[in-house]
Design a protein around this ligand. Structure first.
Ligand code: AMP
Length: 423
């Protein structure tokens, strides 16, 4: 299967090839023909499945014909990062057909967004709050929107955007098509989907569960030893790009600072940073300036950095959905990834829930040669398997990163080194 079968305009096809996409991902294979046919789509897909291209490519195809310089496609996303990345995809794939896109979100000045809207655009990718502001100020006319995309609807709900989304729905009453994406389907989201979609096709990628290309492990450890264990784990593991999740903004900031002091190329990504600081952190992570990003859940949403080798839960998340979202950052686009969770005795209940979601128990590991003091990792989470850490060569994914690391030379050391792959 390849992208030629969808009969995209050759200028779009050329951009798909330039992006290096050869085979459509399962959600693209299922959703693209339906979107091209004008159907409403309910897409149950987590991030990392290729869902952005699944909707942006057919939308661009549809915009080739018809009027220009009016807003004909509106994509609503929960976070600025996700909005920015979707906007970037629209620009990249739409470059040769002259389709204009603008990203609209708060935390930055309105003036540039307004001037782009006044010049005329066909696609708006927006977060709900700023979109409504601009609509109420008369700066954006949504009456010509033909296609509406609600992306990561469950996240929008979690973040309290549902009332805003309802207001937006009232402004785009002339639309012909609605595409609704969500990784999970709690009752409120189901109701919203039912009320919004007309005779939709449901496109579901596997279980609503973490990607199968990720292997999971738990390192039982008391809270006071977490930082030392993390450092030892990073020392002993061949890693590529590492995304570490913490429970709070302060823990993300402090952890990034401590890792940097130890010589790692690490940055924080958390909500107290300005939009510019966040973008610099993400760009640095993407272009290899940083190997490690210490992030909170909210700040990390929508990071589109492929090739993350490890997601480490420095703190176990509060919900199983958050676990799915966190580890959705690795194992993307058919690559292997590893998800490590540092867990204390208090995390037993959440771990059980995560295992239920995964449908299997997660391997417990003890880090060899680490001084656990009086703590006995094997005695944690009674009844669960407590295996010793596998040797490096027994893990396929680790071998992969080991090889890559060897090829590049270790990048974790004090002296920053240019990436050799030029990514
Ligand atoms: P998404 O789920 O849209 O965030 O996409 C996840 C990652 O997969 C992004 O880095 C995309 O650029 C990449 N990707 C999407 N579709 C394909 C494809 N057909 N082939 C290779 N990579 C892809």
């Amino acid at each position: 299967m390849n992208f030629e079968q969808f009969s995209f305009d050759r200028r779009i096809l050329a951009r798909i090839q330039a992006a290096g996409y050869v085979t459509p991902t399962p959600i693209q294979a299922q959703a693209i023909p339906q979107v091209l046919a004008g159907r409403d789509v309910l897409g149950l897909a987590q991030t990392g499945t290729g869902k952005t291209a699944a909707f942006i490519l057919p939308i661009l195809q549809g915009l080739i014909k018809g009027p220009r310089r009016r807003v004909r496609a509106l994509i609503v996303a929960p976070t600025r990062e996700l909005a920015e990345q979707t906007h970037q995809a629209a620009l990249d794939f739409g470059r040769d057909i002259g389709i204009r896109s603008v990203s609209v979100y708060g935390g930055v000045s309105k003036s540039s967004q307004i001037s782009q809207l006044r010049r005329g655009v066909e696609i708006v990718v927006a977060c709900p709050g700023r979109l409504l502001d601009l609509a109420h100020e008369g700066e954006i006319d949504l009456s010509h929107v033909e296609v509406l995309v609600l992306d990561e609807a469950d996240r929008m709900f979690d973040m309290g955007f549902l009332p805003d989304v309802r207001r937006i729905l009232k402004l785009v009453t002339n639309r012909r098509q609605t595409l609704f994406f969500s990784a999970t389907m709690p009752a409120d989201i189901r109701r919203l989907a039912d009320a919004t979609l007309k005779n939709p096709v449901t496109v579901q990628i596997g279980e609503i569960a973490p990607a199968k290309t990720v292997s999971h492990a738990i390192y039982p450890v008391p809270d006071k030893l977490k930082k030392q264990l993390l450092l030892a784990l990073l020392e002993q593991t061949a890693t590529g790009r590492v995304l570490i999740f913490t429970r709070t903004k302060y823990r993300a900031r402090n952890l990034a600072r401590d890792l940097a002091k130890k010589g790692y190329r690490a940055a924080a990504l958390q909500g107290n940073m300005t939009q510019n600081q966040r973008q610099r952190a993400i760009a640095g992570f993407r272009n290899g300036k940083y190997d490690i990003l210490a992030a909170t859940d909210v700040a990390a949403r929508g990071i589109d950095v492929s090739d993350i080798s490890h997601v480490i839960n420095f703190d176990i998340p509060d919900t199983v959905d958050a676990y799915t979202h966190r580890i959705g950052r690795t194992g993307r686009a058919q690559q292997m990834g590893e998800a490590f969770s540092l867990a204390g005795p208090d995390d037993a209940v959440m771990i059980r829930d995560i295992e239920k979601l995964l449908g299997s128990s997660i391997e417990r590991r003890r880090l060899p040669d680490f001084d656990y003091g009086n703590f006995v990792p094997e005695q944690q989470f009674q009844g669960a398997p407590a295996k010793r850490a596998q040797s490096r060569h027994r893990s396929a994914s680790r071998n992969h990163y080991q090889r890559r690391d060897n090829a590049r030379g270790s990048r974790r050391r004090r002296q920053p080194q240019a990436r050799q792959s030029g990514r």
